[in-house]
Design a protein around this ligand. Sequence first.
Ligand code: URA
Length: 433
Amino acid sequence: MRVYDIIKKKRDGNSLTNEEIEFFVSNYVKGEIPDYQASAFCMAIYFQGMNLDETTALTLAVRNSGETLDFSSVDGVRADKHSTGGVGDKTSLVVAPIVASLGVKVAKMSGRGLGHTGGTIDKLEAIPNFNTNIEKQKFIQIVNEIGVCIVGQSANLAPADKKLYALRDVTATVDSIPLIASSIMGKKLCADDDVIVLDVKTGSGAFMKTVEESVNLAEVMVGIGKKAGKKITALITDMDIPLGNAIGNALEVKEAIETLNGNGKADFVEICIALATEMLYLSGKGDRNTCESLARKSLMDGSAKQTFKNMIKAQGGDERVVDDLSLLPKAKYNYDIRAEKSGYIYSVDAEKYGLCALSLGAGRNKVGDKIDFSAGIILNKKTGDKIEKGEVIATLYANDQGLFEKASQILLTATRISDEKPTQRRLILAKVE
Ligand code: URA
C-alpha cells in the first residue's frame, strides 16, 4: 500500500477501504508518515467527505491507536454523556450525579477546556484537592461504590487523535464532519460504555453554527455509535447563549451546586434533565416520562447532591464545598459591566463571551497554559432580557484588575442591545436517535 495512492484516491472522491484507513492512521501514529502527507490526507477528507463506513473505520483506527478501558468489572449498565463543547456548559457536574443516584454507572473520562470552550476536568479541579488522575482499579472501585467517577483522559488515550487534532488545528481542517465525528467518537469508544448520549451544541458558541450542520454531525456520530453496538442518542441543544449564568471554573461549580440544591436556572435545569432522561431511558430505567420524573426527583430531593458530595470525597476533594460555597476559589477583584443604552438584549456572541472569560484567566490559549480557577463572568442579563441604561449586564471576576478593560470591551462588543425583543429560540432543537 502506498500513502501517495491513498491520498490520491480520496482527493479524487473515491471511498477508502477499512485497510487503507487503518494503514494510514497506524503508520501516522508510529511516525512513519510525515505531517505533510497527513495534512494532505485531512484536506482531501475535508473537501471530499467520507461515507459512514469510512468514518467508522477512521473512528476505530483512532480508538485502536492507544489504550482502551475494560469496564467489565463495573456492576450494572454503564452510561456516558458527551458535549461537543460550549460556553458555561457545566452539565456533566449535575447530570452524572443524577444518573448515578438512580443506579446507572457513570465511569467518565472528560477533557480540559481549550480556546473559548470550557472542560469538565478544569471545573472539577477548581474544587480544593479534587483528583482527576486516578489509576484504573481505584477508578472502577469508586464507580462501583459511589456510582460515578470522573477522571481526565490518560496520556495514551487515542494518540492518533492528539496528533491529528494538532495538525488539523494548523491546517484549517478542524471543521470537517467526518474528522470531528471520528475524533469525538474515537475517544468516546475507548471507554466501555453501553449507553452514550451526545449533546451536540449549535450556535455562536459552538463548533457547529447552524442546526442543519449540527444534525448532520449528530447523524454521523449516532451512526458510528450504532455500528459499534452502543445505545446512542444525540440532542441538538442551543449554544447561541451561554448555558446558565456562570462562565469560569469555580463559578460554574458554584452554579452546579446551587442547581443540585434545587435552585438552578431554568435553561440549565432543562438541559440537565433532558440529558439525564435520555441516559436513564437508554439504560432501561423506564419510558421517557418515568425517567424524566426520576431525574427531577433526584435533583429536588437531594439524592443527586449527596452523590456529587460522595464523588468529591472519593476523589480526594473537599466535599464540604457542597454545603459551604465560600470554600471554592474566589477572585480578588470584580468589575460590573453596565449597559450603554436601554432596550432588550437582542443577541450575544457566545464564543466571544467564552473568549472574554479566557482573557480573565479562566481558560487556555494553548495546551498546558495555567488557568485561574476563580476567574470568569456572572451574567446578570441574557438574551431576551430587558435592560435599562446603566444596569449591570455582567460581573467580571479576576485576580488582576488590569484584565478588566480588555475583557469588558470583548463582552460589550459581543452583546447587541436593541429596542426590539428577540424571538425566543428553543433550548432543545432536535433529537437524532
Ligand atoms: N472536539 C473533539 O474532540 N474533536 C474535534 O475534532 C472537535 C471537537
